[in-house]
Design a protein around this ligand. Structure first.
Ligand code: DX5
Ligand code: ZN
Length: 219
């Protein structure tokens, strides 16, 4: 299991300290939620904020774009220091082109699906991605309740990936907490995003240990 804490629930006034604390607690990934007030109702931060924190952090920057027409901003996020760029399948008319462009720019490519979106949207782009983000809440806010149909969606996706022999990670985002970690992993998830259930329970090293205990690993 890879745990990717979502900064949406961190203290935005102390982002540099929060990133340092994550690294100190043994985390290797961090999840940035980028919202434009159009694709989702909320607005967060953009490339300048990521760029200024990039210099201070060795964490893997997993950047979740909840923005319309993400193709307008790919190079800006690459220049800011994103390692993985995730776009929503619902947010662009030219998904394959966007995913290919993310890789061409030297980043890993991810594609996200809203809870109501079927896996069939991805049928012809699975060769173009390093990760699929299955949203387990409707994007826009932290602290929402996990949606149970997500388990079946993960199992179906894992089957499709295995049948095609593809090495693509499955990431889950929304309402993830130690109580549902084991079932998410059993269903086939690899990367778990957690905002409120992580940041609201410091110290972070102990919280990380709680997630890992729930996962049954001792890393
Ligand atoms: C929601 C974001 C999530 C959010 C998850 O739109 O994509 O990353 O921070 O928050 P929790 O873990 O609190 O559901
Ligand atoms: Zn997210």
């Amino acid at each position: 299991m890879i745990l990717s804490p979502s900064l949406l629930s961190s203290d935005f006034g102390r982002l540099a300290e929060e990133l340092a604390a994550l690294e100190e607690a043994g985390l290797s990934w961090v999840h940035w939620d980028i919202m434009d007030g159009s694709f989702v109702p909320n607005i967060t931060v953009g490339p300048p904020v990521i760029a200024s924190l990039r210099q201070r952090s060795g964490l893997f920057f997993d950047v979740h774009l909840m923005i319309e027409a993400p193709e307008r901003h790919l190079a800006a996020f690459r220049d800011a220091g994103a390692d993985m760029l995730i776009v929503h399948a619902e947010a662009t008319l030219h998904l394959q082109r966007v995913l290919a462009e993310i890789r061409r720019l030297g980043m890993q490519a991810g594609v996200a699906l809203n809870p109501a979106s079927p896996l069939s949207l991805l049928e012809y782009v699975l060769d173009d991605v390093d990760m699929v983000l299955v949203m387990s809440v409707n994007p826009g806010f932290g602290g929402q309740r996990f949606l149970f149909p997500t388990y079946a969606k993960i199992r179906n996706l894992r089957e499709i990936l295995d049948a095609r022999g593809l090495n693509v990670k499955i990431q889950i985002d929304g309402g993830v907490e130690p109580d549902n970690v084991a079932e998410l992993l059993r269903s086939g998830a690899d990367v778990l995003v957690s905002g409120s259930a992580f940041f609201n329970f410091p110290p972070y090293a102990q919280r990380r240990a709680a997630f890992e205990k729930a996962a049954g690993t001792t890393k």
